[in-house]
Design a protein around this ligand. Sequence first.
Ligand code: GLN
Length: 192
Amino acid sequence: MKVGVLALQGAFARHAAVLTDVGAAPIEVRTPEHLSGVDALVMPGGESTTMSMLLDIAELRQPLVERLARGLPVFGTCAGMILLASAVADGRSDQESLAAIDMDVRRNGYGRQIDSFEADIDVGGGLPDWDTPFHGVFIRAPVVERVGDGVEVLARVDDNPVLCRQGHVMVASFHPELTDDRRIHELFVETA
Ligand code: GLN
């Protein structure tokens, strides 16, 4: 399966390496032509305001909106999650959301003192392979403040959802590409 990694800005290189590890063929996506050649897409962490602007400059926003509407499997981590959410608090006024998953997020919502932290995450939901927790690295992560009824919450940290899925859209507020644990990328690729 050809899995695109949005490569406009941010932590895309590690995602590509992990995708190779789990048997997918990663393709860096920078143009509409690249996007049309992929079967699924990872939207990495980075800076959502910059990424939103670069989506417009690269003329990727409209093709991406269309692919998402047609069911493109997508996995957004951190800034990628912010871009996919239906509403963003503390974003920039010109930051446009793709509204692909019914949730509200607050940018940098974990606050200054703990704007980066690590936590062991229990992934439940009856998924196979989750008898041990996943070590999550949170970097200036967004807080999920609301999820719609159609959203499955696969894991929480201190009551806040941190891994969610709605149909073909999966999001994580942490960086699963930064540890050696491949289970979250496997989950995405298996279900894409
Ligand atoms: N705080 C960043 C943003 O608002 C996200 C941080 C990240 O992706 N690690 O886009």
